[in-house]
Write a protein that binds this ligand. Structure first.
Ligand code: 13P
Ligand code: SF4
Length: 331
């Protein structure tokens, strides 16, 4: 019989004792210095992890930060595909993820093998894939995009070129409408963004006269149609900071509200409600697998680590490098 520690390690994270009374924040900062490590965090992480990070950003900004860092260790506080992308881009660094099971429903919706088969069914089409996918899927893609640069990259693909977009059907439909391009869409979605309820959002807007709905493009078409602004996490943050409205209903993962409140302390920010009436939250259960305790353990023991086969890494790097090159002008 396996002991609980081995079982948990197999399930994605270390189950080591943390000494009682240890000041975790202080220890994490000390270990970071001692080991020349950098903490990169996504806006959907918990507030305390965001506060401990050296760099906080959206998927594109984090990929760039992983490419540029001089640190020897990258502790990636985000989900698996993000940490994996950091390893693909910067293979000489040790890349750690506090919980290896921090996955993503979009990444789970598509495999490299299935996408290859789909590609074969649509001869002549190029594959544009959202960065929310695993390395095998990236390896069979022609272009990788994030929600910040997708429109910009698609605009650079010749007009007559047929496009397959995977794995997010909502982002794909939004991009197809925005760019006026016909796209063959993969049937994947984000469990957080597909759960928003237009009915409840309408109620939230009615209760807050003058409020604006802002949404991430992973949300479903009816929510996007009702939104005053649609954008990536970093674009949503910029919008709230600069727009004249005083109240916003925010249709994306609620971790972003921490940074939003810091950037626009005088504004009222309301997380959009999901369909499920028993819950008012819109948290990504994958993003929230990372905790400050797991961050400390991972930095201390330098585990769990992202390990990849070199052949796969090189294949997945090609479309990521194309993305970084094609979107140099995007902030
Ligand atoms: P951004 O690239 O906008 O940060 O989005 C990442 C993500 O996972 C959204 O659910
Ligand atoms: Fe994936 Fe959705 Fe979580 Fe983003 S919010 S990591 S798309 S499951």
């Amino acid at each position: 019989m396996m002991n609980i520690e081995d079982t948990l390690a197999k399930r994605g994270y270390l189950n080591k004792e943390i000494p009682e009374g240890l000041d975790l924040k202080k220890e994490i900062n000390r270990l970071k210095e001692e080991k020349n490590a950098v903490i990169l965090a996504h806006y959907y992480q918990t507030a305390e992890i965001q506060e401990l990070s050296d760099f906080l950003g959206d998927s594109l900004q984090l990929a760039r930060a992983a490419q540029e860092t001089d640190a020897e260790i990258i502790v990636f506080c985000g989900v698996h595909f993000m940490a994996e992308a950091a390893k693909i881009i910067n293979p000489t660094k040790k890349v750690l993820l506090p919980d290896l099971l921090a996955g993503c429903s979009l990444a789970d919706a598509c495999s490299g093998e299935a996408l290859m088969e789909f590609k074969n069914q649509h001869p002549g089409a190029v594959v544009v894939t959202y960065i929310n996918c695993d390395a095998e899927t990236k390896a069979v893609s022609d272009y990788i995009v994030t929600s910040s640069n997708a429109e910009h990259i698609i605009a650079q693909i010749p007009k007559e070129q047929k496009i397959i977009f995977a794995p997010d059907k909502n982002l794909g439909a939004y991009l197809s409408k925005k760019t006026g391009r016909d796209m063959i869409l993969w049937d994947g979605s984000c469990i957080v963004h597909e759960a928003f309820s237009l009915e409840r959002i309408a109620q939230q807007l009615a209760e807050n006269p003058g409020a604006k709905l802002i949404a991430h493009p992973e949300s479903e078409p009816p929510v996007l149609e009702a939104a005053s602004f649609i954008g990536s996490t970093s674009a949503l943050l910029d919008f709230v900071e600069k727009d004249a409205a005083e109240t916003f209903v925010v249709a994306t993962e609620e971790g972003i509200l921490h940074e939003m409140k810091k950037r626009a302390p005088e504004k009222k920010l309301i997380p959009a409600f999901p369909e499920d009436y028993s819950c008012q939250c819109s948290e990504c259960m994958y993003m929230k697998r990372n905790t400050i305790e797991k961050l400390y353990l991972c930095l201390n023991y330098e585990k769990p680590e992202i390990i990849m086969e070199e052949e796969l890494r090189v294949q997945a790097l090609e479309p990521i490098e194309r993305m970084l090159k094609m979107s140099e002008k995007i902030k």
